[in-house]
Design a protein around this ligand. Structure first.
Ligand SMILES: Cc1ncc(COP(=O)(O)O)c(C=O)c1O
Length: 389
């Protein structure tokens, strides 16, 4: 590997929500922010931009849009044109904007649970109802995967279902959907005149031999009914720079999205645009090594849980750096999130906030140097051993 991800760089006291939310004796393994510095070309581009000393209003980022189009063509054979790209300061605001832009107050937004929490809150914030279909857990020994109950999904559509919100790859369960599954979901949506919002923010964080298919790349009819959300922020660890984008092939949907943000949503900041351009243009070798490192971290975690915490079950994610741990049969007293925080001094994400099927689970972020991952897992193992006597 040309790049090393083993170095532990102190982040406490740097204004990081991940590191500064909890006391100093707690190891944070929660929010989706990796403990790796961004790739060197990104740092260099930012330094050059800062050295220039001017931070006026940015012009439309044509060059970045071209880089994104080239990337979509190269990776997915997906023909995207620059005018189909709208830059966004955050994909959480993107999710909310899509909820606002599609349908009318009182309409329904359909999503799958467990879900990234803003998927559950955005519909209500935009005066929509949130309908949910729970993914079905499949237990195999100590590992856990999820399947989709197609009958339940089909039954959940009704005449006011205007939007289907899909995280692909899925957060928190780390599933990568194959083209046939995506096609079937899209067909259901087309049949019910339901717009699809495909949040593909995790699409570059592929583990092992996984391959991502953008839902809108499946065929032009599906593309015409889909808003795709993407960003370099998870891939290259830039979430604090606030730069994402929507790809919208349908001009009417694009207009609705623009209207929903008019006067409220700011343009992407200059440094976010600079970082995104450098990351997409020159970050690929770093990303290749990152994927290998994250894959090895995932495998380390799965082995560790099997050997040292057989009371738990874990997903074996095909994408993301997030493991979803089932603590329901571990005999822990009360909420697992509180148990790990108080007894192991490890801050995880509380599964209960991911909607139906999340209680009794925690989400663990393994996007960190292996030594930190081992420290966190060891603390968890010891706390479990002590609690179970
Ligand atoms: C599925 C998904 N969408 C959106 C986001 C956040 O995007 P942003 O930081 O651009 O608001 C995350 C962050 O974890 C995510 O997992």
């Amino acid at each position: 590997m040309a790049f090393s991800f083993d170095q532990v760089v102190p982040r406490r006291g740097t204004g990081s929500v991940k590191w500064d939310l909890y006391p100093a004796d707690v190891l944070p393994m929660w929010v989706a922010d990796m403990d790796f510095a961004s790739p060197e070309p990104v740092l260099q581009a930012l330094q050059t931009r800062v050295a220039h000393g001017f931070f006026g209003y940015p012009a439309h980022a044509h060059q970045l849009a071209e880089v994104i189009c080239e990337r979509m063509a190269r990776l997915y054979n997906w023909p995207v044109t620059p005018e189909q790209i709208s830059f966004l300061p955050s994909l959480v605001s993107g999710i909310n904007l899509v909820c606002r832009a599609v349908g009318a107050p009182g309409d329904s937004v359909l999503t799958l649970t467990p879900a990234y929490p803003p998927f559950l809150s955005a519909p209500g914030l935009q005066q929509r109802q949130c309908d949910m279909v729970a993914l079905t857990p499949v237990v195999q020994g100590q590992t856990l995967s999820y399947t989709l109950d197609w009958d339940a999904l089909e039954a959940a559509f009704h005449e006011r279902t205007r939007l289907f919100l899909l995280a692909s790859p899925q957060n928190p369960v780390g599933a990568v959907y194959d083209p046939a599954t995506l096609h079937r979901m899209a067909e259901l949506c087309l049949r019910h005149q339901t717009v699809i919002c495909a949040d593909e923010i995790h699409c570059d964080l592929l583990l092992g031999a996984s391959r991502h298919t953008p839902l809108a790349a499946l065929d032009p009819e599906i593309a015409a009914q889909t808003i795709t959300l993407m960003a370099p922020s998870k891939t290259f660890n830039l979430p604090g720079l606030g730069c994402g984008f929507a790809i919208v092939g349908n001009p009417d949907l694009r207009k609705a999205l623009e209207q929903a943000q008019a006067g409220i949503v700011p343009h992407v900041n200059t440094l976010g645009l600079v970082a995104a351009q450098a990351a997409f243009a020159s970050g690929e070798p770093w990303l290749t090594d990152l994927r290998a490192y994250l894959t090895a971290n995932r495998d380390f975690l799965v082995r560790y849980v099997a050997e040292h915490m057989p009371q738990l079950r874990t997903t074996v994610p095909d994408a993301t750096y997030l493991a979803w741990l089932d603590c329901r049969e571990a005999g822990l007293p009360g909420s697992p999130y509180k148990f790990w925080l108080e007894q192991a001094k490890v801050a995880l994400s509380d599964g209960a906030v991911f909607g139906a099927g999340g209680a009794g689970f925690v989400r663990l972020n393994f996007g960190c140097p292996r030594s930190l991952l081992e420290t966190g897992l060891t603390r968890m193992r010891d706390a479990l051993a002590q609690a179970l006597g």
